[in-house]
Design a protein around this ligand. Structure first.
Ligand SMILES: Cc1cc2nc3c(=O)[nH]c(=O)nc-3n(C[C@H](O)[C@H](O)[C@H](O)COP(=O)(O)OP(=O)(O)OC[C@H]3O[C@@H](n4cnc5c(N)ncnc54)[C@H](O)[C@@H]3O)c2cc1C
Length: 438
């Protein structure tokens, strides 16, 4: 019997899962519902999107779908390493063994969406934009969607055999799971907030000297937990994120163009000259974004509901793994469908059993891989360089240090956490001390 799968959320994980289910043959018929408009037709405010980096976990997940890796590469910039800018103007370069793909989150979704539309017709997959899921009834297996036409709210009721909550960190499907027996989840705000920043191609080209093939990073004062990351974009512009502590942050006070320019001149002089007046004004009025992390003890309900990606395990972007893990979820679920011959009850239950420990580990790794204290950060750099060298000479005896292992391998997060428990505990303790002083 053909199963009707309703996917909530046309983000990277929901769209990729549609691909994986559809390539399993005509067993599944897919409907995707997305609260926003079609990203190919409407442009969102700049602050709603950002650049992200895909490492082997994410890239491997794309590779299994014919033509998808190539389509994503076509809208990505390959990054070979990180340039760490120091206060004295000097830089430290850290090469990445396996180059990462950096691209705008919306462009990633568009690439997966276009590939889906060109691979399958309407009879196999239907995508409904401007359709917000407002309620789910697990017993009746029915979802309520709200859409607006000419200012009037319209409601639509859709039945499903399998419901996938790929609806991000504020998941409505997860909210419904809360009403089921034994489901527990914790939502925590990260100690850092962020604001995006954009340098136009003309300003960037003439006024800054950065290397397009690398991620550029600055730390304001290590103990202040403020850092800036900048990535080159295909159109010649640079897109970045300024991360800063939620408590006692200076950024909220940058309410005018003049204050923004002064702040960047004082703290990030290498790029200040490339911030156009227009961008400084936009930066002042751009909302500050909060980062939430989500941790659940279960990702499924019976044989008919599953949450994946940020809906199941949103993490802070500090080590750039949220999307990689979201795409990896799809591969894990697909493998389980193979293993259990599409028996949904078994595959869903096993998804929680196999993936939940990795999701928990990823949260710990995202919170505590990178130290805030200056002393420990230097130790982190030394350990990383030493391990890289030893791994190069004795690949079997030495593994890369923590960050490289997370971002350059597909070793399960729980195994990595197990191997590096000592470091994580040390960083956790010192970060807590540093944060108390902010
Ligand atoms: C500043 C920043 C930088 C990041 N950098 C990286 C990085 O370098 N590498 C990395 O791997 N990850 C990174 N991430 C994390 C990454 O963006 C997310 O982990 C990833 O987008 C998760 O994909 P998803 O499909 O699960 O969820 P989302 O991308 O959140 O997509 C969910 C979709 O569901 C839709 N939706 C939500 N609610 C409803 C509803 N009620 N009804 C219908 N539709 C709904 C949303 O509109 C959205 O399109 C970063 C995140 C941030 C904020």
């Amino acid at each position: 019997m053909i199963k009707k799968v309703v996917i909530i959320g046309a983000g990277p994980s929901g769209l990729l899962l549609a691909h994986y289910l559809l390539r399993r043959g005509k067993k599944y018929q897919i409907e995707i519902y997305e609260r926003r408009g079609d990203p190919q037709l409407v442009s969102f405010p700049k602050y709603r999107t950002y650049s992200l980096a895909l490492s082997p976990r994410g890239i491997n997940a794309l590779r299994n779908i014919l033509g998808l890796e190539e389509a994503v590469r076509a809208v990505s910039v390959e990054v070979a390493g990180t340039v760490i800018h120091r206060k004295n103007g000097k830089t430290v370069f850290r090469r990445i063994k396996t180059p990462q793909l950096t691209l705008d989150r919306t462009n990633l979704a568009i690439a997966i969406l276009q590939n889906l539309a060109s691979s399958y017709d309407n009879s196999r997959v239907k995508i409904h934009f401007n359709s917000k899921c407002t309620h789910v009834d697990f017993t009746a297996k029915r979802v309520t969607f709200e859409s607006h036409s000419i200012g009037q709210a319209e409601f639509r009721y859709v039945n499903y055999d399998l419901l996938i909550g790929a609806d991000g960190a504020s998941s409505v499907v997860r909210e419904e799971l809360l009403k089921t027996d034994g489901f527990k989840y914790q939502q925590t705000c990260f100690y850092k907030d962020y604001k995006s920043i954009f340098l136009s191609p003309t300003d960037a080209e003439s006024k800054i000297q950065l290397q397009p093939g690398n991620l550029h990073s600055w730390r304001l004062r290590l103990n202040n937990a403020t850092n800036l990351l900048l990535l080159y974009q295909l159109d010649g512009s640079w897109s970045g994120v300024l991360n800063f502590p939620h408590d006692k942050n200076q950024i909220a006070e940058l309410s005018t163009k003049e204050k923004v320019l002064q702040y960047f001149h004082e703290n990030f002089p290498e790029i200040a000259g490339a911030i156009a007046d227009e961008e400084a004004e936009a930066f002042a009025s751009r909302p500050i974004s909060r980062v939430v992390s989500v941790s659940c003890n279960r990702f499924h309900h019976g044989d008919s509901v599953l949450i994946i990606g940020d809906a199941a395990h949103a993490v802070p972007p500090s080590i750039g793994q949220g999307c990689n893990a979201a795409l990896e979820d799809v591969v894990v679920f697909d493998n389980l469908l193979d293993e259990y011959s599409d028996n949904l009850a078994k595959a869903l239950e096993q998804f929680t059993i196999r993936r939940q420990p990795d999701a928990c580990a990823l949260l710990e790794l995202s919170n505590y891989t990178l130290p805030l204290s200056q002393k420990l950060f230097v130790e982190f750099l030394i350990r990383t360089s030493f391990s890289t060298l030893m791994h190069k000479i004795f690949p079997k005896q030495f593994q890369p240090f923590l960050f490289d292992l997370i971002t350059e391998s597909t070793v399960p997060y729980s195994e990595i956490l197990n191997d590096y428990k000592h470091w994580i505990t040390k960083v956790k303790k010192t970060n807590e001390k540093v944060l108390k002083k902010i």
